[in-house]
Design a protein around this ligand. Sequence first.
Ligand SMILES: [Fe+2]
Ligand SMILES: [Fe+2]
Length: 246
Amino acid sequence: MKVHEPYVLFEDDKHKFIWLGLDESENEKGILTNQYLIVHENKGYLIDPGGYFVFERVYNNMRKFVEPENVVAILYSHQDPDVIGSLNIIIDMVPNAKVYASALWERFLPHLGVDFKGRFVDIPDEGMMIDFIKAVPAHFMHSPGNFHYYDTYAKIYFSGDLGAVAYRDKWYLIVENFEEHAKLMESFHRRYIASRKAIDIWLKKIEGLDIRIIAPQHGSIFEGENVKKFINWLKSLDKTGLDLME
Ligand SMILES: [Fe+2]
Ligand SMILES: [Fe+2]
């Protein structure tokens, strides 16, 4: 089983966007997940830092790029265990960070045993700006209170569960053959995305965004031409979720 070191997706003298590594043996415990860290002028922004059993790997890799006390935000796409499972540890390990998630989940997350001490920030349904990061509404894709995060500086779009693949065997970080990759994505999107209408509403929200890279919470990263191919593939999904339920 291979251990993968963090990979920098964008870098200049004041900004980095980093994929936080992976241990392929995590696949034996649960679905593989991606975590990301943005460091802008020495301030850290963690995106979907993930479940309980990935915490040690995520935290150790994060510290290679930013001091824990300089992390100012934890951005959550939604409330699933693979997204928030380490929240009650991480809240103490990055003591100056605010926690951002949909207002829908504010009263549910304390059931993890976490005391936010006033550090929770509700994201309203219409989204918001968090410094240079745009919280883009992506409701019902799949969670009813769901946000993606667009880094306006690096032009990288974190797409949460959108773009997910639940690999059983061969894992890879960057999509090369889009057509083969699309076959691996289809079953997840047909079942988890609440309806075709959710895709149409989201497409309007991302109109006009200049996206260089799409980075999902599971599966592989889309760069260059594959960004457009992925969006076109989503447009081609005629029915998902409720559209297919009897
Ligand atoms: Fe999810
Ligand atoms: Fe997920």
